[in-house]
Design a protein around this ligand. Sequence first.
Ligand SMILES: C=CC1=C(C)c2cc3[nH]c(cc4nc(cc5[nH]c(cc1n2)c(C)c5CCC(=O)O)C(CCC(=O)O)=C4C)c(C)c3C=C
Ligand SMILES: [Fe+2]
Ligand SMILES: [Fe+2]
Length: 343
Amino acid sequence: MSFVNPPTDGTLPAAFGTRTGVLLVNLGTPDSTGYWDMRRYLSEFLSDRRVIELCPFLWQGLLQGIILSKRPQKSGALYRRIWNTERNESPLRTYTRAQAEKLREALGAGAPVIDWAMRYGKPSIEERMLALQEAGCDRVLLLPLYPQYSAPTTATVNDAAFRALLKMRRQPVLRIAPPFPDHPRYIAGLAQSVRDALAPLAEPPQKIVVSFHGLPLRYVKNGDPYVAECERTITALRAALGYDADSMPMTFQSRFGREPWLEPYTDEFVSALPAQGVTRIAVITPGFMADCIETLDEIGNELREEFEHAGGQEMTVIPCLNDTSAAIELLQDIVATELSGWR
Ligand SMILES: C=CC1=C(C)c2cc3[nH]c(cc4nc(cc5[nH]c(cc1n2)c(C)c5CCC(=O)O)C(CCC(=O)O)=C4C)c(C)c3C=C
Ligand SMILES: [Fe+2]
Ligand SMILES: [Fe+2]
């Protein structure tokens, strides 16, 4: 077996230095909305055994033979509705890059090297870990951009980073930032985003629906702490804004496949509201650090249509923190805390 990053110029490799890199990682993104790029992206994503916990032989047959014959077209059409045409990339990639750039600016000279990667698609975690090493970083802080821990998101980022280390002769020292479901800066940023979104409305919404990405119920029963993590976020957000469980209900979106996922399902919950006299709502998605297909299209387009179709009159979608100063201050705080002792 040969390892990457061997010495190349005949000189002795330097001893470990103290330069630090920070790698922000979010979920992923297709390179384009065309069939083959969508297929490549979905294939990588849905072949991850952290994401789909089924017998891989059966699942691969179903995925490669049936699901990936139709889904790339369908998903490509949805991505086209939200695509950043100016940069020719998905919003998730645009926001993740912007978060890294603004964090770099905020930290200033002499600070850690800030980079970003995607778990699926490009730039890959392995590519950016090697780039950090080339930049002289023998210490790396991995920062999965998921406020709440779950195995199909956080754990698989860690897996990919460890797989990259597995190939290296000279491995950096690695730290992993913890999830931040009720980090005071996250909650303060979310609360402010609610106030900002509601301020221009003639009348306040009757409910603020909190929609987290869903997860198969089986994963939670098998030990995934995701629900408890979501509870931490919503409990802190309700307290910050003075809402209760009725005025700020918790729901789960993006069900995929036929098995039961966490309930209540956002679409069913929201579609039932007008019949109960609730016709003005706001929706917030604090499971996402950046707007993406799940927030911009599934909530901003599909859910809005379903709510209006059911008789809803006004639905305000509250944006994710994206690259706002609240997001950057949160990341700065996490980085400062997690790098302590390394300076
Ligand atoms: C099939 C199983 C899936 C699980 C389990 C899952 C968990 C999960 N995902 C996120 C965050 C994101 N998911 C996104 C897109 C997306 N998710 C799935 C499936 C599962 N997710 C699919 C098939 C897709 C692609 C969209 C589509 O084709 O319909 C995204 C957005 C990516 C982007 O915009 O580029 C995010 C972010 C979390 C937080 C989570 C578990 C808690
Ligand atoms: Fe997902
Ligand atoms: Fe979705």
